[in-house]
Design a protein around this ligand. Structure first.
Ligand code: C5P
Ligand code: C5P
Length: 474
């Protein structure tokens, strides 16, 4: 796979801008998005600047609103770099930073005209599918490598955002498009290994009951986050968790044991209301990061990405950035604690959702109003899990809402891939409905979000339901 020339050209445009400010000794202000892709992206750009001899400050933000932009402006930067967001806010960025240079590395929906002082690198401008074929971390990696070939050691981090944004939607949960270009590079540099198997975190490194319990994508009801239940489950199907004194890993199981495990898991998931396609999600391409120590959660690409996501969603993004920048000591221990708390939180939220009929079915959407019961940072993860488990029987998107402490409501929308064939683009729908009710929204076709004032929730949901009804051919 080759990189389209026009996209390569846009990568080139950002280099002189960054180099000029480094030569002038100006610190570079990097603002990145609060999820795995954002952390990986911000880290790649930070490392690139560091290696060029420049200085930088990396800040992680949940959203880009006027308040955040003003806070950045107050620090009087000469250059601001946005990673994994920015393209949806071109007008406000242009207005706020009219005397600064701005660079945006993004893969989200582009809204409005690009102001003169903004260099935008977004694959959507070059007709590359930014929702499926490359994430912001991939864009940042390709930029880093264009700056200096030695940055190719960052190829695995370039793939982490794609895993976090669920772009592994090819055959056997593999990558497609430009992500395969990055993957081929990582393989050829000896950084990556690919196998097809059960995709539990820690395939060759963790005791099997723990690998099962640690896996949150897909989220297996009753097993994810529950080591005790996993031990009982394996006992029940006569799979030994130990051989002699040594704990067995997934890679130690015989083919027959793996088949037995898959079949028992399928039955378990179906009995919990999951559909057959989510059951198939437990088999796929395992991405092993060969440059990471086998005993760490960074060895498995999906687990690394979940770890960054947990740090972001639990308000500890700096731990994730330290790890991407190379810290392999304290940060790993701290991150493991954060992941533990995160997993437990998700389990509690899912129990809350399942405890009663919390998900309402409207004409064209499902609606989950979580109020203050679910953390606004995690409501999107819950929507993704609910969508991905196949427990929503109709082909309708799920819109979830959580109250934010700042008086707004955080909305997360998720839909099955098939909704696109029925004419829906959730990012555009969120944008349209939010604008009607004094909010702002955007995102991808199958995963999008918005922020709206708290008193507008009922009208907003009504609008979303109407727009989906009007646009959808379902
Ligand atoms: O901001 P960003 O693009 O990085 O976030 C996309 C979000 O949507 C991620 O949380 C990802 O897990 C989710 N997603 C999803 N289903 C998809 C694609 C993305 O839930 N098919
Ligand atoms: O926050 P959540 O994971 O639900 O976001 C889903 C997608 O929608 C992400 O790609 C996010 O960047 C995007 N989004 C957006 N504008 C918002 C809220 C979310 O573009 N106001």
């Amino acid at each position: 796979m080759d990189i389209p020339q026009d996209f390569l050209n846009t990568l080139q445009h950002a280099i002189p801008v960054i180099k000029k400010h480094i030569e002038e000794g100006n610190p570079i202000s990097i603002i990145t998005h609060n999820d795995a892709d954002g952390i990986a992206s911000g880290s790649i750009i930070s490392k690139t600047i560091l290696r060029l001899g420049g200085s930088f400050k990396t800040t992680v933000e949940k959203r880009l609103d006027d308040q955040v932009l003003k806070k950045v402006l107050d620090e009087k930067p000469k250059i601001v770099v946005f990673t994994d967001f920015g393209s949806g806010y071109l007008e406000n960025i242009g207005k706020t930073f009219n005397e600064q240079d701005v660079i945006i590395f993004d893969h989200h929906l582009i809204t409005g005209e690009k102001p003169q002082n903004v260099t935008q690198i977004n694959p959507l401008e070059n007709n590359i599918d930014g929702s499926r074929e490359i994430a912001a971390s991939g864009v940042c990696y390709l930029f880093a490598k264009t700056v200096d070939i030695r940055n190719r050691d960052l190829a695995n981090i370039g793939l982490i955002g794609a895993l976090g944004d669920q772009q592994d939607k090819g055959n056997q949960k593999s990558f497609t498009g430009l992500n395969t270009f990055i993957e081929e590079e990582a393989l050829s540099y000896g950084l990556l290994k690919k196998t097809v198997d059960l995709i539990f975190y820690g395939y060759e490194t963790r005791p099997i009951y723990r690998a099962l319990a640690y896996t949150t994508s897909p989220f297996i009801p009753g097993l994810s986050g529950r080591e005790d239940n996993c031990v009982a489950f394996l006992n029940h199907i006569s799979i030994d968790i130990k051989k002699g004194d040594k704990m067995r890993c997934l890679s130690d199981l015989t083919e027959d044991e793996k088949k037995r495990l898959f079949s028992a898991l399928s039955n378990h998931m179906i009995s919990q209301g999951c559909d057959s396609s989510s059951v198939h999600d437990i088999i796929g391409t395992v991405y092993t990061f060969k440059n990471e120590a086998p005993s760490t959660p960074l060895r498995d690409g999906r687990e690394y990405s979940s770890l960054l996501n947990a740090c972001a969603r639990m308000n500890r993004p700096s731990i994730g950035i330290s790890i991407c920048l190379g810290d392999r000591n304290e940060s790993i221990k701290e991150a493991e604690q954060v992941v533990d708390d995160y997993r437990r939180k998700i389990g509690t939220y899912l129990d809350w959702v399942r405890e009663k009929d919390r998900i309402k079915e409207l004409s064209s959407i499902y609606f989950l109003d979580a109020g203050f019961e679910v953390d606004e940072n995690i409501v999107g993860v819950i929507a993704s899990i609910l969508q991905g488990q196949g427990i929503l029987k109709d082909l309708k998107p799920i819109i979830s809402a959580a109250n934010s402490n700042d008086g707004t409501i955080k909305i997360s929308a998720r839909g099955a891939d098939a909704i696109i064939q029925h004419g829906l683009h959730l990012g555009k729908i969120m944008q349209e409905a939010a604008e009607q009710h004094q909010g702002s929204g955007g995102g991808h076709d199958v995963a999008a979000g918005a922020f709206i004032p708290q008193d507008k929730i009922n009208e907003f949901i009504k609008s979303v339901d109407e727009i989906v009804s009007r646009q959808s051919t379902i």
